[in-house]
Design a binder for this molecule. Structure first.
Ligand SMILES: *Cc1c(COP(=O)(O)O)cnc(C)c1O
Ligand code: SF4
Length: 337
């Protein structure tokens, strides 16, 4: 007789984005074993991992080359001893967020735009992250169910664009995001919503029916700024997620951090722009590294960055060339190099 309930081995593995999120790899040794790099465990730095834990979804690990410790995706997530170097000029608040803070989880730097630190969580922990030292626990705009953020926007009619950032704003469940947008929709001076998220790239399963249906109900033009640093980050699943986002009418842009050993050569940047465009994403910014403590080994000099950017400009169609910028605390915009 057939049992009423499917047996465990006949049940499809749950692939809700939450379960994939929880299933992320956090142990550097497990990561290296999966990549046939067991021999390289001596290169893992436990103190770096203690400061900022390893976290990487299994689907992202699948895109790394086996047996290659220099893989450009692996370098973005593996804690190594170079992070422990204390370098002059590399600090805990590299972009002046503390000074630009206008309320809990709110950062106001540029005209017309309010950036909300929606949450401190990310599906992936990028070693070069400029907010790796940010005091997230008490500093998110969602902590009070958006109350003070909504009040701030209501009281300031010069705010025309809301930028959801983090952490990764899509780490919040869609219902929580909708609480915010429902309140914002009642404020006529809000004209645009922008979502800065690495999730469409690193955990494309997050772009689920719920999220798409929420996006389709929003009253504003939506811009997604995704974050990919290397062409190898794109897969068929990423393409499908991005296509679903595009089908809502959203504009898709990519920002990249220029990273030594990851994408600091012409072919890598060319492939990234072309691969992104094939997936419906236009290059937006190529960021010079923000000087967060523990990231100096990723630095590319301004001279090399300018040369690469000039070569890229000579090689690609204009719309495939991102703007090379550095964030300078106190500036009125990202600073073009
Ligand atoms: C980068 C940033 C923005 C967005 O700047 P754009 O040049 O419009 O992309 C807005 N607010 C803050 C605090 C930022 O750091
Ligand atoms: S996804 Fe963005 S915010 Fe999160 S760790 Fe990576 S760079 Fe930092």
């Amino acid at each position: 007789m057939q049992p009423d309930l499917p047996l465990p081995f006949t049940t499809a593995r749950s692939t809700s984005w939450q379960s994939l999120w929880r299933d992320a790899i956090r142990d550097p040794r497990e990561l290296l074993a999966l990549l046939d790099l067991d021999g390289m465990v001596a290169g893992v730095c436990d103190s770096a991992a203690a400061q900022f834990p390893l976290r990487v979804p299994r689907g992202f690990v699948d895109r790394m080359r086996r047996g290659d410790i220099g893989d450009p995706l692996l370098r973005q997530v593996l804690p190594i001893s170079a992070e422990m170097a204390i370098m002059p000029g590399y600090g805990l608040d590299p972009v002046g967020d503390a000074q630009a803070r206008t309320g809990t989880g709110m950062i106001r730097k540029y005209r017309g735009r309010l950036l909300l630190i929606a949450t401190g969580s990310c599906a992936i922990h990028c070693r070069y992250c400029f907010r790796r030292h940010f005091p997230y626990a008490d500093e998110t705009a969602s902590h009070d169910r958006w109350h003070s953020a909504i009040q701030t926007v209501r009281d300031d009619e010069t705010i025309e664009e809301i930028i959801l950032s983090g952490g990764d704003p899509l780490s919040l469940v869609t219902a929580r995001l909708e609480e915010l947008t429902t309140a914002l929709a009642a404020l006529p001076h809000v004209k645009r919503l922008r979502i800065h998220s690495r999730l469409p790239i690193v955990l494309p399963e997050r772009i689920d029916d719920d999220l798409i249906s929420w996006l389709n109900r929003l009253p504003w033009p939506i811009t997604f700024v995704v974050h990919a640093n290397h062409a190898n980050e794109f897969t068929a699943d990423v393409d499908a997620a991005l296509a679903r986002l595009r089908a809502t009418g959203a504009t898709l842009l990519n920002q990249t951090v220029l990273l030594r050993g990851v994408n600091d050569y012409l072919q890598a940047l060319t492939d990234l722009s072309e691969r992104g465009f094939a997936a419906g994403v236009l290059p937006y910014y190529l960021h010079q590294l923000d000087h967060a403590r523990g990231t100096a080994h990723f630095e590319v000099t301004d001279t090399d960055a300018r040369r690469l950017h000039a070569e890229l400009t000579a090689r690609l169609s204009g719309y495939l060339v991102p703007r090379l910028v550095r964030e300078i605390p106190g500036g009125t915009s990202k600073h073009p190099l």
